[in-house]
Design a binder for this molecule. Structure first.
Ligand code: ZN
Length: 290
């Protein structure tokens, strides 16, 4: 059986047909443009390479995931021009006539890692991505994290020492939330260079401090058995080890778990599926929608 998976990002869409990491039969990546054009390209790809039994979509957000909500499957309040209130799941269902699984892009990536990657064997874990923005998803007790809405890890509030870092923050809603201080967008705005070109130790120490504060808050709330850190920014050489060091210092020996005391290199890890976690997780969302 073939499934369709879509990682519907704010800057690009990744589509695939298959049934898992070793069974991807075809894939296509294209930039996100208008909703009509973008969803049309996904439909053409899935219809042309199919048939697919179901389609899974891991979408940028915020999205409506509430069971029974009339707006289920829609992107809700995004500032991205043209995309607010777009019915992504509805449009794909109408065009392809198959069941649709729908979740956030980060929950889809978390699911991919749970099935085939770094979260295998864990039922409570977090998946964080640090790129243009910061997002987070995961599972608690084997279920993808949903609730009132869905987690918005990037918008958690963290301490901001304005003497050390006078930058006001880049989040249009909150200024200096975690995403406002530590996303790729924030790095670019603060240092005047894209993250890939920033070399100063000061910049990366500050970045590690902010991300570590966010991760320690997750440790204290979700109690994840592992934290997977994906996205473009953490690919920076040496950043993950620096984050682990800061997490160790910030937890202060309080949490009685070996993972947080000497085991951090196995606790805070990159995604095992690298850049394919999202689209593979979307394929699993499709399987679960049948
Ligand atoms: Zn924010």
């Amino acid at each position: 059986v073939n499934f369709g998976g879509i990682e519907a990002g704010g800057s690009k869409w990744v589509c695939a047909i298959g049934d898992g990491p070793d069974g991807v039969r075809d894939s296509l990546v294209f930039p996100t443009s208008t909703p009509e054009e973008t969803m049309g390209r996904a439909v053409d790809f899935l219809a042309g390479g199919g048939p697919v039994a179901a389609v899974g979509i891991g979408s940028f957000g915020p999205v409506d995931l509430r069971e029974g909500s009339p707006a289920w499957g829609r992107i809700t309040t995004t500032p991205k021009p043209g995309w607010a209130n777009v019915d992504v799941a509805g449009r794909l269902h109408e065009a392809l006539g198959v069941p649709i699984g729908f979740d956030t892009d980060v929950n889809a990536a978390a699911l991919g890692e749970h099935c085939w990657g770094a979260a295998q064997g864990f039922d409570t874990f977090a998946y964080i991505t640090v790129g243009t923005g910061i997002g987070g998803g995961g599972m608690a007790g084997g279920r993808l994290l949903h609730g009132l809405l869905h987690p918005e890890v990037g918008h958690m509030r963290i301490p901001h020492d304005r003497e050390r870092d006078p930058f006001d923050g880049a989040c249009p809603y909150h200024g200096d939330c975690l995403e406002g201080l530590a996303s790729g967008t924030a790095l670019h705005a603060r240092w005047g260079l894209p993250a890939t070109e920033i070399e100063s130790d000061e910049a990366w120490e500050l970045e590690a401090d902010y991300l570590a504060l966010g991760l320690v808050n997750l440790v204290a709330t979700l109690s994840p058995q592992r934290i997977i850190v994906g996205g473009g920014v953490p690919k920076r050489d040496g950043l993950l080890p620096l984050i682990r060091e800061r997490v160790h210092a910030l937890t202060g020996g309080y949490f009685a778990a070996a993972e947080l005391d000497g085991g951090l290199d196995r606790y805070i890890v990159p995604p095992a599926l690298e850049d394919r976690s999202g689209v593979l997780g979307a394929i699993e969302l499709a399987r679960r929608a049948l």
